[in-house]
Design a protein around this ligand. Structure first.
Ligand code: GLU
Length: 503
């Protein structure tokens, strides 16, 4: 088998979102699983939708995820340039080739004329059925017929034309999609698509095909939204006499409510971002403290499952994914995004990491802790809170109880309050001040409770309210072990101070 060459070909019109990332992941995995090449190509021919920050966002996202291309605009490669706006001369050369071979023609119809025809007939298509009535170089009755043999557009003084593909397909066009099998397009749906626009920029369809041909793409793995374009893409291959690559259209990513394609709004409703990296003022998964591997793991399962692995296994690192990835594991059914599952997957990856590794990965999130605690102590704190955290933001949130004296939740304190409240706090304060060895505190408290008829539950809940502010958090004695004496005493005194409000 020749080594695959696959490409991720985003249009830089905005941030790279989860759907695009999933496409990039599958391309990357396929290339890596087969010793092939993963190409990044920037398809920036639609100048009106171009966003100046987008290309950087795409490259930075791939970099953060660790799915770096082998060829691309930022690293070059044998088949560059990899940004379509740097390839305009190439497209003109191929347009001329089609004109010369009679596979394309010039059309001078104005926007207003075409709009008038579309208004008159909602299903208007520029095609072999009506091109002889329109303003183009194939219509013998038009003044443009004089351009019928033009083989290079640079020879023309006029610029008010587009170049269209001449489609004469008489029978249904049957094309193959790897996941769907044969896809049939009726001749009546086939249009003489524009290949070169009035501004001399190629259309997406044309540039995409020329580039895939020149870059020797073997497999086109892209989103289902491009399936309707498959007909025109095949027709362009036919016009050049080129063999098309293998096409594979990935299932749509649906939002959690399953009503449509995942959108930024859907994600926001659930309180999650739709980008891996920050865009404008919206944080991405990176800034929220997710792990690249968690995100890759989750997204890779939306439309693919490893054929030989038990369905129950859901946690994979990048290496596992590469070694298990086959196109046969892809499915055509739409995949529904479940943000809770994404969070869970990330949590699995986080809890599999050593606390020291977590610190290395998320040091910026943990700055405040290093002001108070040593590296070893922070590691100890992370060991304690890790099982309860899905991301680094959770870590900082959870770890706050080791840093700050909490605000006590009065409504919960009221429920916990008992006649022993002050007694427990007094005894604890005394022990904390006196007792150097805090590992013994548990035994001491329990023995004291027993001999004074104070239920253990009451002791634990009272102290938890005092030390944490509410009835949640990791093991209380772990907190007592880490927090400094000064802070413990301050917490106990705070709890005593609220007594009149809760009794
Ligand atoms: N430029 C297209 C996009 O923005 C890529 C389509 C393709 O992969 O052929 O998604």
């Amino acid at each position: 088998m020749t080594k695959p060459r696959v490409r991720f070909a985003p249009s830089p019109t905005g941030p790279l979102h989860l759907g695009g990332i999933r496409t990039a992941i599958y391309n990357y995995l396929y290339a890596r699983a087969n010793g092939g090449t993963f190409i990044l190509r920037i398809e920036d021919t639609d100048r009106s939708r171009l966003h100046p920050q987008s290309e950087k966002h795409i490259i930075d996202t791939l970099h953060w995820l660790g799915i770096n291309p082998d060829e691309g605009p930022h690293i070059g490669g044998k088949y560059g340039p990899y940004r379509q706006s740097d390839r305009l001369d190439i497209y003109l050369e191929f347009i001329n080739r089609l004109l010369k071979d009679g596979k394309a023609y010039l059309a001078f119809d104005t926007h207003s004329e075409l709009n008038r025809l579309r208004k008159k007939n909602k299903s208007f298509l520029y095609s072999k059925h009506n091109r002889n009535d329109l303003a183009n170089s194939l219509n013998p009755d038009s003044p443009y017929y004089q351009f019928r043999n033009i083989d290079s557009i640079s020879k023309l003084e006029r610029t008010d034309f587009v170049v269209r593909l001449k489609v004469d397909q008489p029978i249904p066009l049957v094309v193959e999609d790897f996941l769907r099998g044969k896809v049939t397009f009726a001749p009546t749906t086939l249009e003489d698509k524009i290949l070169l626009k009035r501004d001399r920029w190629p259309t997406y369809h044309f540039a995409d095909i020329v580039d895939d041909y020149l870059m020797k793409t073997t497999h086109i793995i892209r989103g289902e939204e491009w399936l309707p374009s498959l007909s025109v893409h095949h027709l362009i291959y036919q016009a050049f006499g080129w063999k098309p690559p293998c096409f594979l259209h990935l299932p749509l990513l649906l939002g959690p409510d399953k009503t449509g394609k995942l959108s930024k709004r859907d994600a926001a409703i659930y309180g999650y971002p739709i980008f891996a990296l920050k865009w404008d003022d919206t944080k991405g998964y990176k800034e929220l403290g997710y792990l690249p591997e968690g995100l890759i793991n989750y997204l890779s399962q939306l439309g693919w499952s490893p054929p030989n692995v038990s369905q129950r296994e859901e946690v994979f690192n990048l290496g596992d994914l590469v070694s298990n990835f086959t196109l046969a594991g892809l499915q055509k059914k739409s995949a529904v995004v479940d943000f809770e599952k994404l969070k869970w997957t990330n949590q699995q990856h986080l809890s599999n990491m050593e606390s020291a590794e977590i610190i290395d990965e998320f040091r910026p999130f943990l700055q405040d802790f290093f002001k108070v605690y040593s590296q070893k102590e922070v590691e100890g704190i992370i060991d304690i809170i890790k099982p309860r955290c899905s991301s680094a933001s959770d870590l900082t949130q959870e770890a706050k109880m080791f840093l700050n004296v909490p605000d006590i939740d009065l409504s919960i304190a009221r429920k916990v309050y008992s006649d022993h409240w002050t007694e427990i706090l007094d005894f604890f304060e005394l022990q904390i001040s006196d007792n150097e060895d805090r590992t013994k505190i548990k035994t001491i408290l329990f023995a004291w409770g027993k001999s004074n008829g104070i239920p253990i539950k009451s002791i634990m809940q009272t102290l938890r309210i005092a030390l944490v502010g509410k009835l949640i958090g990791p093991d209380l004695f772990n907190i007592i072990n880490f927090v400094g004496v000064g802070s413990l005493i301050e917490r106990v005194r705070n709890a005593k101070a609220i007594t009149p409000k809760i009794m």
